[in-house]
Design a protein around this ligand. Structure first.
Ligand code: DHB
Length: 312
């Protein structure tokens, strides 16, 4: 049995799709996502102008996850408008989501306007946790700036679902501060979490850090971050209630991990590190494992899982 999902008015054939980051920058990568069992196509975070990103080495895999400091390498939003048109004409049935970043509020507004007015894009995910840009804090850690930015974004006319990719919060006071801002606006969804920022992995054999940019600090994903992601999904559900859909992201590499994110109250989930490691074949494997786990538990509907965490 397969399990489909909805994000407002947009239907997803499965609950699992890609996160913005791995293998979603070029048109070929986006086409590979369409040809896979990814439930949607989410494109790499794009900025007003193309960017080469940070110098190499900027991505490394380790046993328990991955570290990266790509630096928002992307083709610029005008190319992603072209890609969306080409993808929709070839593959009309899969939802297309963009991921938007900017370096000032005007950048965000320009991109939100462009994508709201584009017939091929279904969902707007706005990256408030965009890292790796030299010495600027993540917007979502600056509550005043976040509030001001959301007020500008929601002043742009448009009817597409809008959501925010959030960084992990490590203190419930901060989670609550962000939840209180989100509650002021018609936010459709949040994606919890972006990778954990500013971490250092050292290879003892080479006696060297794994990546070069920004004092060798990078964004951490994979097994390391799953408990942080689950805590953020659960805390935001507690604070926001059912009005905001939560997309779980962080440390998902098996069907059981999907199940845990749904128990915490995610309605859909995204894959990051595992997609980098295994390429698009991971979707079929993880969908199958999830379906098998559900049938082992005799569950036939997602409603038997989401909302059903047995609290102690
Ligand atoms: C990059 C962007 C992200 O949102 C992230 O979580 C990690 C890396 C980047 O392009 O550098």
């Amino acid at each position: 049995m397969t399990f489909s999902a909805k994000l407002w008015n947009v239907s997803f054939p499965w609950v699992v799709y890609n996160s913005s980051g791995p293998r979603c920058t070029t048109l070929d990568e986006l086409k590979a996502l369409w040809n896979s069992e990814s439930s949607a196509i989410l494109m790499k975070s794009c900025s007003p102008l193309p960017r080469d990103g940070n110098p190499e080495p900027r991505y490394k895999e380790v046993e328990l996850g991955s570290i990266n400091s790509i630096g928002l390498a992307n083709h610029g939003y005008k190319k992603y408008l072209e890609y969306a048109a080409e993808l929709k004409s070839e593959f009309p049935d899969k939802p297309i989501s963009v991921s938007i970043v900017g370096f000032c509020p005007e950048d965000f507004i320009e991109l939100v306007e462009a994508f709201q007015n584009d017939e091929n894009v279904d969902i707007l995910e706005i990256n408030l946790s965009c890292p790796n840009v030299v010495w600027k804090p993540q917007i979502a850690y600056d509550f005043e700036a976040s509030d001001e930015l959301l007020s500008k974004i929601f002043a742009v006319p448009g009817s597409k679902p809008i959501g925010f990719k959030l960084p992990p919060y490590f203190d419930p006071v901060h989670t609550e501060m962000m939840a209180n801002i989100l509650k002021k606006y018609p936010v459709n969804f949040i994606t919890c979490i972006n990778s954990v920022g500013n971490t250092l992995i050292i290879d003892p054999e080479t006696e060297s850090p794994l990546i070069a940019p920004k004092w060798w600090l990078g964004w951490l994903g994979g097994d390391y971050v799953k408990p942080v992601a689950l805590a953020n999904v659960r805390m935001f559900y507690k604070l926001l209630g059912e009005s905001v859909t939560i997309i779980g992201c962080g440390g998902i590499k098996s069907g059981v991990d999907v199940f845990e994110h749904l128990l915490a109250w995610a309605s859909l989930v995204q894959l990051g590190t595992v997609l980098w490691k295994e390429d698009v074949a991971c979707f079929e494997r993880i969908n199958k494992e999830f379906e098998e786990y559900m049938s082992m538990k005799w569950y036939t509907s997602l409603n038997q899982v989401i909302w059903k965490l047995k609290e102690l």
